[in-house]
Design a protein around this ligand. Structure first.
Ligand SMILES: Nc1ncnc2c1ncn2[C@@H]1O[C@H](COP(=O)(O)OP(=O)(O)OP(=O)(O)O)[C@@H](O)[C@H]1O
Ligand SMILES: [Mg+2]
Length: 564
């Protein structure tokens, strides 16, 4: 009896704060979101001791009058929604009316704000309103958080070293800076500037300001619409992807969110243009009607729930795949010189969801993926018996004959593996081959796949097999050598990084069956190779994460010769 008691409000608030305020970075996120919701055009964040000693966020937004300022620090006090249905398609970052109350419950909190020329200062100590004063200040708001978690020692103990807390805070601001190009952001830590992003008109420029020009130059534009879903943004060129250190940022209707499955879907869009384990950087803004996404599903609003998750995943995968197809997605021969304009998706000043990239350059129309061509556009030149060079309206293209052929055979093999029989050629005189026991076992295990690309294999007693039919991918194809190499690859588990069995097999086959470097090609052969390359889904990339072609743009040539 008498063991159950209603908790005092301050304890309730501290518990609730646990969900919203986990570390200094969460305070930065909430305060900056408020600044953006208030229409700020410039946001400044100051940290002391990784945010433990002080976090201050200043904005030039709408500010609050005295009455609102006092209310703002109460729980469930919000100006952003009035009724539950307002939550559908809510365009502001905030909507719960919890952030300021939660922050104030676990810190010493001060709010200075002015909607017009008269300002107000609110102090909250130990979760209770301490003072309300008049102050002189310009329009906008400054929120200062001191002694974070001083009254909740359990929380304070979980804070990491100053460097990691600072890094997390910078990351939180970075995410919002990617969402809002029309606002300038700045973060200083113990007086040092760690982030400085002026207002920008393009995502590429913002990415350059946040992560450096190097990354910005490795990105290709994405623009895709299907049904009610749109996908825009920038993704890393396959040949520039690395196993670690990538940036993956997703936005829906201008709101950052996390979604492991969508990142996976984007990676799936790369298919076999990157080896398994490579992690491309992704910046993708998804647009859906407000009622197709629920933003109120996570205590810190870090996740969202789509009505039709599969549809969005498919759109993202397809958007990425399509963006990799044009020649412009290929690696450039020359890195653009410093100060050289970045290929970018132009965006209007003030846009939240990034604008679509401009019209496709002429060359891409000429070589549109999947579009068969009668003849190649210009004379083809083979150099070093390895590369094929030709001209396009945009510049010069160098194709690696082996990589290109690998891409062609890979895609053809994938179609055959998924779609049934490939065209094997029956041999008048079957060929008998001796294999090692491991190779024999591997060949037997893959007999179905081998037959679908055209190899009809039967056991011949002991360690021998007999080939009754073989594929015929090109006139100089050495079916027997290719089969022996495939058997060895299969036995050794080559390309083990590719998880999908069919993809792995297709990549092995493509690699072994493709025409070699060092082979002279006739003009007709070169034309056919180039024609078939551009009939592929993803012409610019081979199946090992290398380019199948590289480009040298006319602009770059002109720059080099001082013509521009
Ligand atoms: N920087 C600011 N400028 C102007 N008004 C602000 C600012 N910060 C907060 N407010 C006002 O205070 C209210 C409460 O802010 P708070 O962050 O606690 O809740 P919210 O943003 O409405 O919802 P959420 O808890 O989801 O963030 C806001 O609705 C807004 O009206
Ligand atoms: Mg808020």
């Amino acid at each position: 009896m008498g063991r159950i008691k209603i908790l005092p409000t301050i304890v309730v608030d501290q518990i609730a704060a646990g969900e919203v305020v986990e570390r200094p970075a969460s305070v930065v996120k909430e305060l900056v979101e408020n600044a953006l919701d208030a229409g700020a055009t410039a946001v400044t964040v100051e940290l002391e001791d990784g945010g433990r000693a002080m976090i201050r966020v200043s904005d030039d937004g709408a500010g609050m009058d005295r009455e609102d300022a006092v209310l703002a620090v109460d729980r469930h006090a919000t100006s952003k929604i009035r009724t539950a249905p307002d939550l559908v398609g809510v365009a502001t970052y905030g909507f719960r009316g919890e952030a300021l109350a939660s922050i104030a419950a676990v810190s010493t909190f001060e709010l200075e704000t002015a909607a017009a020329d008269r300002g107000t200062r609110i102090s909250v100590k130990g979760g209770r309103l301490d003072r309300v004063d008049d102050v002189a200040r310009t329009r906008g708001t400054t929120a200062t958080v001191r002694r974070l978690f001083a009254n909740t020692p359990a929380r304070r103990k979980f804070l990491r070293a100053r460097r990691s807390e600072t890094r997390a805070a910078v990351e939180a601001l970075t995410v919002l800076a990617l969402a809002r190009l029309d606002v300038s952001f700045r973060l200083t830590s113990d007086g040092r500037t760690l982030l400085d992003a002026p207002r920008e008109s393009s995502v590429a420029e913002r990415i350059a300001a946040l992560f450096g020009r190097n990354l910005a130059e490795q990105l290709i534009p994405v623009e895709y619409n299907t049904g009610y879903v749109s996908v825009r943004g920038l993704v890393q060129r396959p040949s520039d992807a690395r196993p670690s250190g990538r940036k993956a940022h997703l936005f829906v209707n201008g709101r950052p969110f996390r979604d492991h499955f969508l990142v996976r879907a984007a990676e799936a869009g790369y298919r076999a243009t990157i080896p398994a384990g490579m992690r491309p950087s992704l910046f993708l803004a998804i647009g859906v009607p407000g009622d197709r996404v629920d933003v109120n599903v996570h205590p810190a609003k870090l996740e969202v729930r789509f009505r039709d998750k599969r549809l969005v995943e498919r759109a993202v995968e397809e958007a990425v795949r399509e963006s990799l197809a044009p020649i412009a997605a290929a690696a450039a021969v020359a890195e653009p010189a410093p100060g050289f304009p970045v290929r970018e998706a132009p965006a209007e000043q003030g846009s939240v969801a990034w604008e679509a990239p401009g019209a496709q350059p002429a060359q891409e129309v000429l070589f549109a993926a999947g579009q068969e061509q009668e003849t190649a556009p210009s004379a083809l030149l083979q150099i070093f018996n390895t590369y094929i060079v030709f001209e396009t309206p945009e510049g010069m293209v160098v194709v690696d004959q082996h990589s290109a052929h690998e891409r062609i055979l890979y895609e053809q093999a994938m179609a055959e593996l998924y779609g049934g029989e490939g065209g094997g050629q029956r041999l008048l005189l079957p060929v008998t081959l001796d294999l090692t026991p491991e190779e024999l076992e591997a060949v037997e295990a893959h007999a179905d796949l081998l037959s679908r690309v055209g190899y009809e294999v039967a056991p011949f007693g002991g360690r021998s097999v007999v080939l009754h039919a073989v594929p015929n991918p090109h006139p100089r194809f050495d079916a027997q050598r290719c089969f022996e190499e495939l058997a060895t690859d299969l036995a050794r588990g080559r390309l083990g990084g590719i998880a999908n069995r069919l993809e792995r097999f297709a990549a092995m086959y493509g690699c072994r069956a493709a025409i070699m470097s060092g082979r002279g090609l006739s003009p007709a052969e070169m034309r056919e190779l180039v024609r078939r390359l551009f009939a592929c889904d993803l012409p610019p990339h081979d199946v090992h994460g290398r380019p199948a072609l590289v480009t040298l743009s006319r602009t770059e040539l002109e720059r080099r010769f001082g013509r521009s």
